[in-house]
Ligand binder design. Structure first.
Ligand SMILES: Cc1ncc(COP(=O)(O)O)c(C=O)c1O
Length: 307
């Protein structure tokens, strides 16, 4: 990559994701957005007066967007397709063959592929692929130090890709902010120069993931072992809504905070909310507290579900 023209630092991915559509979307243009998905994909689109078109992430498609399901008339009007792998909240990763299909889809329809790779370093087996392994043409990648180095409060990230697209991004950015403070960029360089802390964090997330997955297995909930990210996208017991299940977990003796899937998922054109029936667990408490949470899930949750 050419640093001067194909990469830009950002004040974290959030500003970049939110501001990017302003540079490429005209009023009425469509932006294709996965649901469930990171809210700034939608908010940035709406602030740019674009129109979100939601595509569901479903277990039967391994939480990959079904590109064939997107109608031609949407493709004609669309300027951006957002993808996010490793995926929040499902924890899915995208095979390289799928990323090739996404690139072909973008090139065929003249749609920019905006690939949010914020969780690229939080994986449990092989490192996930980046869309930049396929091409940089027609593509912009968003990444962040918030996950790989837990530097969320530093507010630093980067975008990389096609220089025509990076240029459009920078045109917006230069009007919105004045760049990442250089001492923060120095911190980011130091973080990028060390892999040991990232390996240690991956291992801690893996331990917490396994502890919770085992607890769900013990109470016979469907397996949700994620391949990556800091989330578990757990299916709720049959017959319950995601809010009902999250409330049971919040009961004082269990006291586990989760996010109901229905709340972080937008409805698709046919009225489906693909987040309904799931809750999101974030692996952010300590290992000790995660073990305590697992104990409560095994001991207290089955009883709570009967009341
Ligand atoms: C999918 C996804 N993308 C991007 C971000 C933004 O991270 P930041 O703005 O801290 O770089 C987040 C943060 O939670 C996220 O979940």
């Amino acid at each position: 990559m050419e640093p001067a023209t194909e990469i830009s630092s950002t004040i974290g991915s959030k500003e970049a994701v939110f501001n990017f559509p302003e540079g490429v979307v005209n009023p009425g243009d469509v932006v294709i957005i996965p649901t469930p998905g990171y809210p700034p994909y939608t908010r940035g689109t709406l602030f740019a007066e674009g129109v979100p078109y939601y595509v569901p992430l479903l277990p039967e498609n391994n939480f990959l967007i079904d590109l064939k399901s997107i109608p031609d008339e949407i493709c004609k009007k669309a300027k951006i397709l957002w993808i996010n792998y490793p995926n929040s909240p499902s924890g899915a990763i995208a095979p390289l063959s799928y990323l090739k299909e996404v690139v072909e889809f973008g090139q065929r329809n003249n749609i920019i592929i905006a690939s949010d790779e914020a969780y690229s370093e939080i994986y449990f087996k092989e490192p996930p692929h980046s869309i930049l392994e396929v091409t940089k043409e027609g593509v912009i990648v968003f990444n962040s130090f918030s996950k790989r180095s837990a530097m969320t409060c530093y507010r630093v990230g980067w975008v990389a890709g096609d220089k025509r697209i990076i240029d459009l991004f920078k045109k917006v950015k230069t009007n919105v902010d004045s760049g990442t403070a250089t001492f923060i960029q120095d911190g980011a360089v130091a973080a990028l120069s060390d892999e040991t802390h990232v390996e240690k964090m991956r291992e801690e997330y893996r331990i917490k993931r396994d502890v919770l997955v085992e607890a769900f297995r013990r109470i016979r909930l469907p397996d949700c072992t994620p391949e990556a990210t800091i989330y578990l996208w757990q299916k709720v017991p049959q017959g319950m809504t995601s809010v009902d299940f999250a409330k049971k977990l919040l009961s004082p003796e269990i006291a586990i905070v989760t996010t109901p899937g229905a709340w972080i998922s937008d409805k698709t054109a046919n009225g489906l909310n693909p987040g309904e029936g799931y809750v999101r667990f974030a692996l952010v408490p300590s290992i000790k507290n995660t073990k305590e949470a697992a104990k409560r899930i095994i001991k207290l949750l089955p009883k709570a579900l009967l009341t």
